[in-house]
Design a protein around this ligand. Sequence first.
Ligand code: AMP
Ligand code: GLY
Length: 449
Amino acid sequence: MELMSYFCILKQLVTKRQMNILLLGSGGREHAIAFKIAQSELCGRLFVAPGNAGTATVGENVALDSNDFEAVGRFVTERHVEMVVVGPEAPLVAGIADYFAETPALSHVMVIGPRKQGALLEGSKDYAKAFMVRHNIPTARYQTFTRDTLAEAEAFLDTLPAPYVLKADGLAAGKGVLIEPDLATAKAHLREMLDGKFGPASASVVIEEYLSGIELSVFVLTDGQHYILLPSAKDYKRIGEGDTGLNTGGMGSISPVPFANKEFMKKVEDRIVKPTVRGLREEKIDYRGFIFVGLMNCGGDPYVIEYNVRMGDPETESVFPRIKSDVVELFEHTAHGTLDRASLTVDQRTAACVMMVAGGYPEHYEKGKVITLGDEAPDVMVFHCGTKAGPKGQLLTNGGRVLCTTALAPTLPEAILKSYNRSQTIAWEGKYNRRDIGQDLLKLMQMES
Ligand code: AMP
Ligand code: GLY
């Protein structure tokens, strides 16, 4: 055999087989996931639907509606896609993983994201709470009510101390949770919710005890039998500095979270992660994807505030850059039920993500402003959230959350500084960002030292 043929065979043996991958979604989360997928030796063509101007730099954007399963399925067949990674919750709650599993021509495709039953952990607060109770997972005491049980709901509120937590049972675009300072307001808003304030999502309302503490987001990748714990992160939800003003999708994130030390994370794993995965297994829920556990650290003990069945945004923008392992390999193990054979390597540096938003967000804001990106900086990534390419090749704002900078550095203060320095070189009319991302954690660290 000629030397060239030997060379070809050897190359085939050492180069891994590549596959086409479709990622669904269009935010900063998806840009960060796409950025890691594109680094994988296993990734052939990467399609992102619909994507943004950032995902177009690491993959190919396609104009597909991820809630139109037939169109997604047709695209997957035409382009020989072997793996679909689902970014947002809506297609999962609507059953995209079931659609693929139950359609013979698509059932061989690996879908990263749970089936409908598992997605209920995010799709129904009542379902999630009942799951936690069934599996002894620490969470706030609660009861669920409908219009028919309004009197009982009011009586339950009477038994609780202020403040009061009211949660629409179904998906309400992140707006379905109300924290009420006094009983009269809580009762008035409860009535409004049951009367359809959030449409069918608030036909049932979960009322639960208020937990006070510091929140963090813990991320798990599971194949339904085994799991790996991804880096944890802290998210900054309010628009204003010092956590004031309206709730947003998230104004920045830090990973790792300094107070989530070994001792605390052991409690999280033993009391929450293991029982959750065991619960899925016992209830025969086919779950292959992410579990995002929103936690409250109450005096050193973790309590679950919510489950999401996807990665967080903007947590992904600080978590994914810290993952050194090949994420496509991790996803393959997830789909095949072999996550026990996978291992995770994490960058020990701290990631600080600063979100930049359109003026007026989260209320009224304008789109279509021209963005200047400034100069690149070492170890700082710029992830796109709401951006699009303009007709003359300019970069335009196309959403409330527009861009974020994620810096990696040996310490938290350095990561924060680097991220802010980079964000200041980015400009458009009306740009706003919080200036205090990570400051609460720095204060906590100073208090503890
Ligand atoms: P959720 O959509 O369930 O994450 O709730 C939105 C936000 O409301 C959370 O991130 C918390 O800040 C807050 N929250 C939810 N449930 C509680 C609770 N039981 N006690 C205190 N704060 C809560
Ligand atoms: N950052 C919170 C979320 O993604 O729901």
